[in-house]
Design a protein around this ligand. Sequence first.
Ligand code: SF4
Length: 607
Amino acid sequence: MNGYADTIVRVDLTTGKVSKEPTPDKLKMDFIGGRGFGAYYLFSEVPAKTEPLSPANKVIISTGPLSGLMIPGAGKMDWTTKSPLTGGYASSSLGGMMTAELKYAGIDSLIIEGKSEKPVYLFIENDKIEIRDAAQFWGKGCFEVEQEMKHLFGEEFQIAVIGPGGENGVLFGSVNHDYGRQAGRGGIGTVLGYKKLKAIAVHGTNEIKVADLEAYRKAGMDLFKACKDAEGLKPWQSYGTTIVTSWCDEVGALPTRNYTSGSFEGGKTLYGPVMRDQIVITDKGCFGCPSPCGKYSHMKKYNTRVEGPEYETIGMLGSNLGISNIEDVAEANRLCDDLGIDTISTGSVIGWAIECYEKGILTKEQTDGMELKFGDPEMVLTMIKKIAKREGLGDLLSQGVKKAAKKIGKGSEKFAIHVKGMEQSAYATHAATAMLLAYMTCDVGAHHNRAWAITYDLQVGRAKVTPEKVEKVIWFQNFRPMFDVFGSCRLQWVELSIDRDLYCPALEAITGVHRDWKELEKVGERIWNLTRLYWLREVEGFDRNWDMPPERFYTEPPTSGATKGQITKLADVNILLDMYYDQRGWTHEGAPTPETLSRLGISEFAL
Ligand code: SF4
C-alpha cells in the first residue's frame, strides 16, 4: 500500500540492537497508522500487567499515511506507552516538524524497547540509526539540549527530548520538541527517562510514494483552499486555542481555583486578545500548517520566551491557580516545558495542594515552610521546580493528584480532579453533561481532545441527559481521533470547519484504498474498543467506578460565575454511563461484549 515508509524500526536499549521489519499490510488495513499502530503494538507486544517503569514496557512512536505529505497539518505523530501515571493506556499526539523527518527517514513506527544502563540518545539519518552516549545532555533542560543538538547536527535535524522531570521520575514527564511542542500527557517522558533515553534526533531524505500523484495534488490543493477560504482562519491564526478563553470564562467552563468555579474574576487579563497584545511576538505552526495556532511569546517581566501559552495551559496554570497575569502564566508554561513536565497535570496538582493547605490538610511542615495560596505566581514557579526535582512537597505532587490524595487522605480525594488517575484538562464540567461524559470515558483519562463536546452542551442544553448527547460523545470519540491515526491535525476541521469529506479523496489518492467516513469511523471504534480491552486487562478490578468523574462535579456546585449553583446529580451521572455502555455495546461494568468485538473484527483480542 502506498503512503507508508513500509518499515517498523525497533531499538532495544538493553542489547543495543536495532532491527527493521516490514509494516504489515493487515495493520495498514485494520488500524491505518499513528494512534492505531500504537494501540495495536501496545496491546500485542507489551505483556499483560507489565510495570510501566520496567524494561518490558515500550514506547511506540508512529507516523500515519498523511504524515509528511502535502496535506494541511500533516505534521502529527502518535506516542503510545503504558502510562506510569494511570497504569493504563497512554497516547499523546505531537506536532511540530518531527513526524515528516521520521517518515522521510523511512520509518512508519519506531518502537523503543528495553532499558539502557547509561543515558543515551538515538541518532537517525535515513538508514543510519545509532544509539549514542548522552552523558553531556543528561540533567539539562529541553531547550538547551534541543539547541545543542541542532548546533551539532544541523537545523534540518528534528529533536524530541525529555527534561529533568522525566529523568527524575515525575509521573507526568513530557516529551518536548521544536521548542514548545509536547507529547505531554500520561508520562511518556517518564517512561523514556526510566529507559535512560534522553532524546531522538532524526533527519531523512527518502521519498514517500503515493498511489495517484495527480489525484493527490488535487485533493491536497482542495484541502488547502478550503482552509484558506475559511471564515474562521483570521481569528484562529490571531489567537490560536486562546480564542476560547473568554468564551469559557463567560459560560462557566474556565477552571478556577481547583475547579471550585467555572469563571474567574481575573479572567479578562488572560483572554486571547490581551495575550496577543501584551506578549505574543510571532505565530508558529507545525509542518504543512496553513493555520498556525502556536503563539511565540516574550515575557518582559522575566526576559524569557516561550511557545505559548495555549488555552489548556492558561486554564490550568492561570485561572485554576488564581493567577491573572499572562506573563506569569507564560513563565510557568516555559518552566514546565523546559523541565519536561505536563502543564495540565502540573496546574492540577498545585491547585489541589493549595486547597489542601487552605483546608488545613497540608501544614507548613509538609510544604517546606511555604504558604500555599491561590494567586501567588512566585510560589507556583518555585513549586514547578520542586516537582521536577521531586524535592520536598514536590516529591508528593510529582506522583499526580490521584496518588498524592490517596497518600494524604483526610477527604482530599474529593477535590483531586482526575479520571483514571489523569488530571482533568481545562474545562469545568459541573454543568455540561456531554463534556462530563467525554472526560469520564476518555481512553487515556480526563483529556479533552477525543471528544470536545462542551459547545454541543451549550447548543442543546447543558444539563440535559439524553441519548442524543451520549450518541454525540461516542461519534466524537470514534471520529476525532482518526486525525491522530492519519498523522494530521484535527484543528482545521474543528476550528476552520472544513468539510471532513475532503480528507477521503486525499487518503485514497495517497494509499490507493478507498474509504469513506463510515468505514473510517469503524476503524476509530475498533481502536477505541481495543484500548478499552487494554484497561480491562491491565488494571485489576477495572469496572464502571473507573469511569466516574471527580466527586466535586456532582457534589459541589460552583461558587460563582455562569454556572453558580448548578451541578450534575449523581443519578444523572449513572444514567449517562448506562446509556453510554448500552450504545457502545458494552456490559453494565463497561466491558465490550463478544458481539461488539466480533462486529469490529477484533475478537482475537478478547480477554
Ligand atoms: Fe499545529 Fe496548530 Fe497547525 Fe494544528 S493548527 S497543525 S496544532 S500549528
